[in-house]
Design a protein around this ligand. Structure first.
Ligand SMILES: [Mg+2]
Length: 233
């Protein structure tokens, strides 16, 4: 077999919204609880879920209250793998990549996370959970700086956009196209758009329900890996 995996042999995945479609379950829970008819396409930003719950029920007074309702263990336990992702993970693993996850789920949710990974993603060798002292950004940055992956794949555009300025240029980012990451805001509040052609922060269109997009991700990663192996010679 043609060896494509170089020194940077880790591919790192986010969990919710990337490997598993947690938002689908969250919206189902909201619709049952509040008798609404939302679909995933209504989620126009990452905050949409929290803001909507707070507007529907005044009992949820803080974003933290809303998050506890939305992303509790019974909800995340039901999240199923996103279409086509399992095949991508398996194929990358077969090529020799180490598959690692970095999630903003708290350490207290490790057990439920391990359960679903054993079931759907047995190739995963390590999972970074968010530690108490970390916010989402810190948690992902810590995982990336520890493992120095070739590629990190996530569905939060703002997070990736901001992370890339703190991460070594050897790590590339893939943003999976989802309804809530179409508009990206930089830290200065300025609108920026992550395009398909940005070499470091590449957007792929999973949201268009085109399963072949994962094939393009696979092709892009193997090409990148071959390039790095070539440069290292
Ligand atoms: Mg996510």
């Amino acid at each position: 077999m043609f060896k494509t995996v170089g020194a940077h042999n880790v591919i790192m995945f986010d969990e919710d919204g990337t490997c598993v479609d947690t938002q689908q379950v969250v919206i189902g829970t909201m619709n049952r609880e509040f008798n609404t008819n939302y679909t995933v396409a209504d989620a126009s930003s990452y905050d949409w879920f929290v803001k909507t719950v707070m507007s529907l029920d005044k009992e949820y007074k803080t974003p933290e209250d809303a998050r506890k309702f939305l992303f509790n263990e019974n909800v995340i336990r039901k999240a199923l793998p996103t279409l086509g992702i399992q095949r991508l993970v398996t194929e990358l693993h077969h090529l020799g990549f180490q598959i690692v996850k970095a999630t903003a789920r708290s350490e207290t949710q490790r057990e439920v996370t391990l359960e679903s990974n054993e079931m759907y993603f047995p190739e995963v060798s390590q999972i970074f959970m968010r530690q108490p002292q970390h916010n989402k950004f810190d948690a992902k940055l810590h995982a990336i700086q520890t493992k120095r992956p070739l590629v990190f794949i996530d569905d939060d555009a703002d997070l990736l956009y901001n992370l890339q300025r703190f991460v070594s240029e050897e790590t590339f980012f893939i943003l999976i196209d989802r309804p809530w990451n179409q508009v990206v805001r930089s830290t200065g509040g300025k609108k920026v758009f992550v395009t398909r052609d940005d070499e470091r922060l590449r957007r792929f269109g999973f949201f268009k329900e085109d399963n072949h997009e994962w094939g393009k991700v696979y092709a892009w990663i193997t090409k990148l890996s071959a390039q790095q192996a070539q440069q290292a010679k």
